[in-house]
Design a protein around this ligand. Sequence first.
Ligand code: PEP
Length: 266
Amino acid sequence: MKQIYLFANWKMYLDFDESNILANALAGEAEKFPTNVKMTVFPSALSLYSAGQVLRDAGIGVGAQNVYWVDKGGYTGEVSAQMFQAAGCEYALVGHSERRHQFGESNHEVRQKLEAILAAGLTPVLCVGETAKEREEGKTEEVLEIQLRAALQNLAWPKEDERPLFIAYEPVWAIGTGNACDDTEACAVAHNFIDKLAVELLPAAAVIILYGGSVRPENIAGYLKCENVSGVLVGGASAKLETWLDIAKNAVLPLPAPPLIKGREK
Ligand code: PEP
């Protein structure tokens, strides 16, 4: 059975109390999740420790939304990858489009963060994606290649390291807009491209590809149909219990039968 990864990015949607309430509610449902579904939540840095304890006890993974690459020092407001690891995190997002575009994070900074995540023993979830303008100009692959090369080229990946590298394809224009990328486009163009390039750049790592951008209960099955898409990274819809549980439910529904081949219809 295909292993499915459901990653919930709570962004800055939930305060401390709301995060703990949702973590407890999710933990209460965790026994119902099928064994081939691995769920991970990325709470805010403030809520991560308390919500994380509840989630981990229920078998749900916990990740950081953002890290700083220096372990300790005079970096007001930052939290290092090492500190997240010590607080019980297993995963970390890096290169999320909101970090790249709203906080001006460069490809070079993404690389530094990725290296720190690996050094701290966390599993990275590298986010890549093109803007609407880049897509309209036919530059999707060019942009993805620049982002992937900057992050992965000559990256030291110890051979014995069994951590996978998650790469989330998140078209910027699809994030938080309700305008999800068509699953055929997400699968056929970007995923085939990302998969091939990532394997070429980092042959030692097991690469797992996710889709992110306005995933909803109604569209998740389309992404999971793709052979090389093993899960989703979800923002808005993951911060509401009912919607998130519906996404989890629909992630494991039997896939629709393939269309009948002409001539064999009778
Ligand atoms: C995200 O934040 O990674 C994301 C995909 O957001 P949304 O699901 O809200 O589009």
